[in-house]
Design a protein around this ligand. Structure first.
Ligand SMILES: Nc1nc2c(c(=O)[nH]1)N[C@H]1C(S)=C(S)[C@@H](COP(=O)(O)OP(=O)(O)OC[C@H]3O[C@@H](n4cnc5c(=O)[nH]c(N)nc54)[C@H](O)[C@@H]3O)O[C@H]1N2
Ligand SMILES: Nc1nc2c(c(=O)[nH]1)N[C@H]1C(S)=C(S)[C@@H](COP(=O)(O)OP(=O)(O)OC[C@H]3O[C@@H](n4cnc5c(=O)[nH]c(N)nc54)[C@H](O)[C@@H]3O)O[C@H]1N2
Ligand code: SF4
Ligand SMILES: [Mo]
Length: 878
């Protein structure tokens, strides 16, 4: 597509969250791209969040893996892929198909996923392919299948606009699905009658728009929704006609009545208020995410929610229904294509002989497994036990994101043969690989993804793949051909794979399955190139729409199922040695293990350091001061994090983000603390309910540095972040270096540079500024107490003359902007607070008019609201 000026641009999708926003990409001619929201994409209608808006900053090639590597040495594709094919074939010949495994990702494109799944399940003959969606959506899949007979998301995004009540359960939508959240805010503004309830133990940014926040005890959601079902029954709010299509009502109600919502620890009046809101508004959408799924009772939590919607017939109709929001851009596509070890393809079941036969015939497959394969946690356990001897990890970083991650790391390291496909060699997982394969990245790839509301969209390439990088599907198909499956993997383009997949879904449709996109089985290459965002199903007779309003389900008897579920506490119990419940999750501007978002200085400025939210009461009991470091210890591991004292978390609970890794902050890898406890039905780990002890970490010294160069740190604690000028790093050490200047120069990569220093041995405070040719290369500050310097000001200095850098303070006429709140326009908290006070700003829109903050993507608007109320509180106290 060309614009009026003849400049070439293409429509594609954002590679981050499951909202699946449309973007328009325009190469800038020098290797970069411009990114803007796609006005006509039905997920976002032009909007983008802070991460989407900063995509252009993440495509630079700085740390890209450009050629295959075997045992660390660069090589060509032919050698690397022959080795992979040989090792997999030999292992299978010697130890059987179940001695190999693929661990893949909800970020793969559907075409990549299709090839991986076909190779493992149809040709290798094992079901040992599982995906990081096991850590993410497995409980929703299990809940859907139990209730509906299939993994269908009944509703659509438009339901959010039509609803009268939106309940967010375990979802921090403001930060994790920001564009959907903006749609909710816009709907609320247009229709103030729309109410929002947030069910989350923690006060999150999503609570700012909430009419009611229910900070329930972690893990007690089932008691809340069982109480709701009971209240609906007692209040006469059930839909008797719809219930004729539903089995299991009596048992479900009986179980619900046995639970007491008081177990949630919520005020009885708040619970009643919530139940009254639910009963009083027919159009209810319940959005749920990882606070529900990532639990040892995740599947039951899902079904307790579905029970309430089924019992009231509030499902699949405009403005009502359960809506499980998917995390990754193609989490939904992966579920459809059969990426999970217990699925086949197109929602067909591995354990169903008819389904197996149909897929075997379609693929002309030589070997098909008859039982489900190993789920993620079991898979890595089997790797650790030596039962899996060849492992291929694609598009995911399990050495950071799996529970009990040090055991997973040891398992991967000990595996006879590990292949990792990634876009960079600098990940904790890639560092453990025997063979490293360079994948082409988002802006270089073609394919399709499915978002949270079943909309299939094209991802389109606008940049050439750098070096030898190749698309994931092409690498997989090449290995398959080298393993002897030439005919079945003779693909030349993603369009060809997509057509085959669409045809297979027609087989599933004939078997009575919901996932049917056979309307596209004849799509030619041009049609594939031009494919518009479309909600499935896509058949000759039907396109899109909602499911289940008609009371027809995909179970053997065609009825929906209510499940009898009872509340179960998280498996790990707090005890005097481990008195805190550790909640984990995401922050606004980072994506998972940061391999892409951390390349953006703007995104890195929002929260530049890993942290632990601690309630002020607990901080006082533990003697923890603001900005202190804390050691967090669980029965299986230990971390060091910065304490962030806030009443957003309740006493007895702490929260830490998941994003930091061996590359960015090794002592903050949070999954070293989380045990590998799983939901018995879905196999999904309980990632949000470890138990921990918290104590102050007292280092000998604290440090802060900025540098133009790459850093090499070895302190007990360090955390680095990108800045426009290079890097910034927070540090803390347990041993005092003998020569501070030499230590700082080595770490900051400025050995031999001119140095200005101010040292006070008595107080232990040391300050250094390093220059080359009168330009500041780096600066470093160390102190026995947390370092007090103007961090955000200093971070911008490297590369400038900055002759006062050694003071660590800005000259009086250059105020410190403070940590960035608005990433789009890099507006800091101090700037905003000063403007609120100085110019008497009273609304978010006034802040926008004065400073631009919040006027582009809007992701920071909840934080601007919070700053306004903070300023008001301060004023009131004066
Ligand atoms: N910025 C950003 N956005 C992302 C991602 C990212 O990395 N960064 N990742 C994407 C992915 S893959 C996913 S899966 C989604 C996740 O999206 P979300 O699920 O919204 O995000 P989380 O922060 O993991 O967890 C949500 C909330 O669950 C709460 N919670 C913890 N325990 C309980 C409980 O027992 N009950 C209830 N009701 N709530 C509980 C937590 O306090 C937290 O606020 O985000 C997607 N979007
Ligand atoms: N404690 C705790 N743990 C959690 C969670 C939690 O809430 N709490 N959340 C869980 C959830 S929901 C998720 S989804 C996982 C996410 O965890 P991961 O999937 O492990 O994290 P990512 O950083 O998304 O990993 C993606 C990898 O793919 C690489 N990559 C990028 N583009 C491409 C490409 O085109 N091709 C290939 N081959 N590689 C590419 C990236 O560089 C990166 O290394 O974490 C889980 N772990
Ligand atoms: S909400 Fe943000 S991260 Fe998610 S798809 Fe849209 S732009 Fe990307
Ligand atoms: Mo996820």
């Amino acid at each position: 597509m060309k614009d009026g000026a003849g400049i070439f641009e293409k429509r594609s999708t954002c590679p981050y969250c499951g909202v699946g926003c449309g973007v328009v990409l325009r190469p800038d001619g020098s290797g970069g791209i411009d990114v803007r929201g796609d006005q006509v994409h039905p997920a976002n209608f032009g909007r983008l969040c802070s991460k989407g808006s900063a995509l252009a900053e993440t495509v630079w090639l700085h740390d890209r893996l450009l050629s295959p590597r075997v045992n660390g040495d660069e090589t060509d594709w032919d050698s690397a892929l022959s080795l992979v094919a040989q090792k997999f074939s030999d292992t299978i010949a010697q130890h059987g198909p179940d001695s190999v495994a693929f661990y893949v990702s909800g970020q793969l494109l559907t075409e990549d996923y299709y090839v991986a799944n076909k190779l493992m399940k149809g040709f290798i003959g094992s079901a040992n392919i599982d995906t990081n969606s096991r850590l993410c959506m497995a409980s929703s899949v299990a809940g859907h299948k139990r209730a509906f007979g299939t993994d269908t998301v009944p509703g659509t995004y438009e339901d959010l606009e039509e609803a009268d009540l939106i309940v967010l359960v375990g979802s921090n939508m403001a930060w994790c699905h920001p564009v959907l959240y903006q749609r909710v805010l816009a709907a609320k503004k247009a229709r103030p009658g729309l109410k929002v309830v947030v069910v989350d133990p923690r006060r999150t940014a999503s609570c700012d728009a909430a009419d009611l926040h229910l900070p329930l005890k972690p893990g007690t959601d089932v008691a809340l929704f069982n109480g709701l079902l009971t209240a609906l029954y007692e209040g006469g709010a059930l839909d008797a006609a719809y219930l004729r299509n539903i089995a299991g009502f009596d048992e479900a109600l009986h179980a619900a009545m046995a639970d007491d919502p008081a177990a949630t620890g919520l005020e009885a009046s708040d619970i009643r208020k919530f139940y009254r809101m639910w009963m009083g508004k027919e159009k209810v959408v319940t959005v749920y995410s990882q606070g529900v799924n990532q639990s040892s009772s995740g599947s039951d939590k899902v079904n307790s929610i579905l029970n309430c919607h089924l019992a009231t017939g509030r499902i699949g109709k405009p403005g009502m229904g359960p809506l499980s929001v998917t995390g990754q851009p193609n989490a939904m596509g992966g579920r459809e294509v059969g990426g999970l070890a217990n699925m086949l393809a197109c929602h067909l079941d591995i354990e169903n002989a008819d389904h197996r036969q149909a897929v075997r015939d379609f693929w002309d497959a030589p070997h098909m497994p008859t039982a489900a394969g190993l789920k993620a946690v079991d898979m890595f356990r089997a790797v650790g036990e030596g039962k899996i001897k060849a492992l291929w990890i694609i598009h995911t970083n399990p050495a950071v994101s799996m529970p009990d991650v040090d055991a997973v790391r040891a398992a991967i390291k000990g595996c006879d043969f590990t292949v990792v496909s990634d876009i960079t060699a600098n990940t904790d997982t890639a560092r453990l690989a025997d063979v490293l394969l360079p994948a082409s990245a988002w802006a270089e790839k073609d394919g399709t993804v499915t978002n949270s509301d079943r909309t299939i969209s094209r991802q389109r390439s606008v940049l050439p793949a750098p070096g030898q990088a190749r698309a994931d599907w092409a690498i997989l198909a090449d290995v398959a051909r080298r393993m002897g499956f030439e005919a079945a993997f003779d693909y030349e383009s993603p369009a060809e794979i997509f057509r085959e997949y669409a045809a297979l879904s027609g087989v599933a449709g004939m078997l009575g399955k919901d996932f049917d996109i056979s309307g596209w089985s004849d799509l030619d290459d041009h049609g594939y190139e031009a494919l518009e965002p479309t909600r499935w199903p896509v058949t000759k007779t039907r396109q899109g729409g909602r499911f289940f309003a008609d009371g027809r389900f995909f179970t053997p008897d065609g009825k929906g199922r209510m499940l009898a579920v009872r509340m179960r506490e998280p498996v790990a119990r707090t005890a005097p040695r481990f008195p805190f419940r550790l909640n984990t999750g995401r922050i606004r501007d980072q994506w998972h293990t940061m391999t892409r978002t951390a390349k953006s200085p703007r995104l890195s400025a929002h929260l530049a350091e890993p942290f632990l939210e601690v309630n002020p009461e607990d901080a006082q009991t533990l003697g923890i001061q603001p900005a202190a470091l804390v050691r967090v210890t669980s029965p299986i591991g230990s971390c060091i994090l910065r304490a962030l004292i806030t009443d957003a978390v309740r006493p007895g609970q702490v929260f830490a983000p998941i994003h930091w890794t061996g590359e960015t902050a090794p002592s903050a890898r949070i999954d070293v603390l989380v045990p590998s406890v799983v939901d018995p039905v879905s196999g999904q780990p309980e990632s949000k309910a470890a138990v921990v002890a918290v104590a102050e970490f007292k280092p000998e010294w604290y440090g802060f540095g900025v540098s133009r160069n790459d850093l090499t740190c070895d302190a007990a604690y360090w955390a680095r972040a990108r800045t426009n000028a290079g890097w910034r790093v927070e540090m803390a050490g347990e041993t005092v270096p003998l020569d501070w200047q030499a230590y700082a120069a080595k770490m900051l990569g400025v050995e031999g540079a001119d140095c200005q220093s101010v040292s006070d041995p008595a107080s232990g405070v040391h300050r250094f500024a390093f220059y080359r040719d009168g330009v500041l290369e780096a600066a470093f500050f160390a102190s026995p107490k947390p370092v007090a310097v103007m961090r955000d000001y200093l971070a911008a200095l490297p590369g400038q003359a900055a002759d006062h850098a050694v003071t660590g303070m800005a000259p009086a006429d250059q105020p410190d902007p403070g940590p960035v709140v608005c990433s789009c326009f890099s507006v800091g908290v101090n700037t905003i607070l000063a403007a609120i006070e100085g110019q008497g700003l009273a609304t978010v829109d006034q802040i926008g008019a004065a400073l631009q903050a919040g006027t582009n993507c809007g992701s920071c608007r909840p934080e601007l609201e919070a700053l306004l109320s903070k300023a008001t509180v301060l004023e009131a106290a004066e």
